[in-house]
Design a protein around this ligand. Sequence first.
Ligand SMILES: Cc1ncc(COP(=O)(O)O)c(C=O)c1O
Length: 466
Amino acid sequence: MDMLTFSLDSDSSISLYEQLYFHIRQAIVDDTLKTGAKLPSKRKLCQFLDVSQTTVELAYAQLLAEGYIESVPRKGFYVLPQEELYVHRSDRKIEPIPLKKTYDFDLSPSQIDTTAFPFERWKRHMKQVIDETNHELLALGSVQGDFALRQEIATYLYHSRGVQCSPEQIVIGSGTEQLLPQILDLLSHATTYGIEDPGYPLTRQLFHQQSRSYVPIPVDENGVCVDELELHGVDALYVTPAHQFPTGNVLSVSRRQRLLNWALSNETYIIEDDYDSEFRYSGKPIPSLQSIDPNERVIYLSTFSKSLMPSLRIGYMVLPTPLINRYRERYLHFTCSVPRFEQHTLATFMASGDFEKHLNRMRKIYRRKLEIVLSNFRVYEPMIIVTGASAGLHVVLSVNASQSVKQLKQAAEDSNLFIRSMSDYQITNKMSSSQFLFGFAHLPEHTIPHIIERLMQAWGISGNTT
Ligand SMILES: Cc1ncc(COP(=O)(O)O)c(C=O)c1O
């Protein structure tokens, strides 16, 4: 074979052997060096290019490792055949994510009061955890989450929600959106799920994405209509019993019992999403379904997204015994999606009593805001009726106006206010009722009266001053 005439630049930041490797590789790809061609011996090439033999050796070794050439003993190096790579040019462009339109006030219900977060306390716990004596936290922990946090959650659940479970039954994950698919994975893929209508949109999206069949089950003032489960041939139900999202209704005692009996007689499961039970302002605490179920038919699911912060991405589920065994079989080789430092920071935050203090403080703050919301809407009765105010971080407004839901929504937007309508959460009967969700948690107290006034002006509703 002829010599390989490449010019190598000894001043380049790229090493000589890499330059030589790139040149030969390109010649093979371009077919300048044909399949079966013999490369010059290392000795001859290094003399010809005036480089060290090591440079040529390293370049040949790299080409050899990547399968561009082969070494035939006592003969030399030969170019190997290369599969032609067809290039298909696509003119599909990746569009930038559109910027969300901003408003003076976004009244959607997903927000919390971020101004009252106890940064100093959280920092103190985090500092205590991020310590070189804790080097074992650099290694992988349990797939279910670390025992210290599971133990704190078990104690907390027992005292606050009557949930009876051992830390062994708890699985920690990055929120409902990450845990719910795991639940679906544990149950038969042929399960038909009942989901609340109106309901939490993410659930529906997840069921859809995971190709699980689901049936919308209507919700009324007593929560989800349990009688409809048999009617629709539902095998398992996702439900928010303590504070139905988004109506704010509570699942009545008789329906709870019927639901548990239904699950027992059908040998199926109820997925109880107890997402914001910490914030209850009136009436007796609503027990969790799990706490009144003696037959292990409830999968309890909850989150720190409302009680602490949505960005923490920590949620948990309590699995009945048969499912925890299945979970361990299926997820044995997986890892927990929540970083261990965050898990331990939260565990010490809870163990120290700071979580309880934070909840008490937030309950007061939210209750005060709710009272301002209620008193300011009261003057617009009966044009505006507020419901769902006994718990949670939003209320429901029933609007007695002649405009359509679409017109009311647009009118609010024209006044620089974003508001979600009930129809945004409905699967069937969309736009049938003029109801809106008023999220108040994140609004500074002093702004609430002005926002309500602005919204009422936008909707052409005047106050009752008598
Ligand atoms: C019904 C319901 N479940 C769960 C959550 C929280 O989900 P995550 O834990 O994924 O933040 C929310 C938050 O808005 C919710 O409305």
